[in-house]
Design a binder for this molecule. Structure first.
Ligand SMILES: NC(=O)c1ccc[n+]([C@@H]2O[C@H](COP(=O)([O-])OP(=O)(O)OC[C@H]3O[C@@H](n4cnc5c(N)ncnc54)[C@H](OP(=O)(O)O)[C@@H]3O)[C@@H](O)[C@H]2O)c1
Length: 342
């Protein structure tokens, strides 16, 4: 007997990837339910070689599922996650609705799997922001070795991080540049995204940072270590899938680039591709569709004491969302933490 898994947001960017990851990793599911809004009732989504018909969240009985993998945005999560959790189904949520709640564990299994035990308070587990997930996977093994004091990160985030409509906007705007008189005005983004970069993701906060930048700080502290100081600049770039990050780290103890490379080579979830030559690094186009977080361009930063710089790339829909969610469910199963064992 396997598990029953509900995927909420099954027609979206992350939801579709969740179905792919469940199938690809042969998740022990007896039954998988695809769920979205009423708009999508009856529409079909792929699950391995099967096709699932979408149910309407309003009509679905969550007490018949063990897991609810949720990616339908914060508003839906705020309303539905407590109800689904109360029905006895463990919610693993991708939105930012629950990440900062002290009764909800925020989990990246390679980094803080032990913190998962606290999930029973609300029956909700949060998945971090896509940019945070790949960052902490790369920081954790280095932090264990040399203790991180401060991180400066600049992100180059793909449009898929803003949902399927954002991907359509980049696609239509790019095409329209070659068809005079057919301009596509910004809608999902505040400025033209085709052939451009936008230093603005999520809303502005009082201190001038954006919420996306604040999330990276707050989530790194919750997942990895509250003492780490972090400053981020988050930029949307005209890439469809795959987030990249230029990361500068200041450690308490010395750590050479060579040692960092050796440590990261052994670290879970990481692949080091790092040769100082043409093409000796990974770009988002190569990371798209892959489970690994790639680290390249590891080098010493002589402008601070004990400094290192590196380049971190991952598929934001996979490690940044769907894969991490499925890994959390696998962690619950492997650690026998579910009330209803299969
Ligand atoms: N994209 C990423 O890289 C990423 C990474 C981490 C976290 N996340 C988070 O994951 C969530 C989804 O992102 P996405 O990129 O997959 O968005 P998306 O492509 O726009 O998909 C949104 C999904 O939510 C469903 N939905 C919307 N309103 C609903 C409602 N009232 N009831 C039930 N379902 C509803 C949609 O169903 P319909 O088709 O029926 O409208 C669709 O399946 C967001 O919270 C996002 O912040 C995304």
């Amino acid at each position: 007997m396997g598990y029953k898994v509900a995927v909420v947001g099954a027609t979206g960017n992350v939801g579709r990837e969740m179905l792919n990851v469940l199938s690809e990793r042969r998740f022990p599911a007896d039954e998988v339910f695809a769920i979205a809004s009423r708009r999508s009732l009856g529409s079909e989504v792929a699950f391995g070689d099967k096709t699932l018909k979408c149910a309407d969240i309003e009509q679905f009985d969550f007490s018949k599922a063990d897991f609810c993998l949720m990616s339908a945005g914060s508003t839906v999560s705020k309303e539905w996650a407590p109800r689904i959790g109360a029905a006895g189904c463990v919610v693993i949520d991708n939105s930012s609705a629950w990440r900062y709640d002290q009764d909800v564990p925020l989990i990246v299994p390679e980094v803080n799997a032990d913190a998962i035990v606290g999930y029973t308070k609300k029956n909700i587990i949060a998945n971090p922001n896509c940019s945070t997930a790949q960052l902490v996977v790369a920081l954790k093994p280095l932090h264990d070795e040399a203790v991180i004091k401060r991180v400066v990160v600049s992100t180059y985030q793909s449009v898929s991080g803003a949902g399927k409509e954002a991907m359509d906007e980049l696609w239509r705007q790019t095409k329209s540049k070659y068809v005079p008189g057919n301009e596509v005005e910004p809608n999902k983004f505040t400025k033209q995204i085709a052939f451009n970069c936008i230093p603005h993701i999520d809303v502005f906060m009082e201190d001038g940072y954006t919420k996306e930048e604040w999330k990276m700080l707050a989530e790194t502290k919750k997942i990895l270590d509250r003492r780490i100081r972090l400053t981020a600049t988050c930029v949307r770039v005209p890439v469809f899938v795959g987030h990249s990050e230029a990361v500068n780290i200041e450690f308490e103890k010395p750590l050479s680039a060579e040692d960092a490379r050796a440590i990261l080579r052994e670290a879970p979830g990481i692949l080091v591709v790092d040769k100082p030559e043409d093409g000796g690094y990974v770009t988002p186009a190569e990371a798209a569709g892959e489970f690994a977080t790639y680290v390249s361009r590891i080098r010493e930063d002589a402008t601070v004491e004990n400094g290192l710089a590196m380049w971190v790339v991952a598929d934001n829909l996979l490690k940044g969302a769907a894969l991490n969610t499925v890994q959390i469910a696998e962690t619950l199963i492997n650690r026998k933490l579910l009330p209803r064992a299969a």
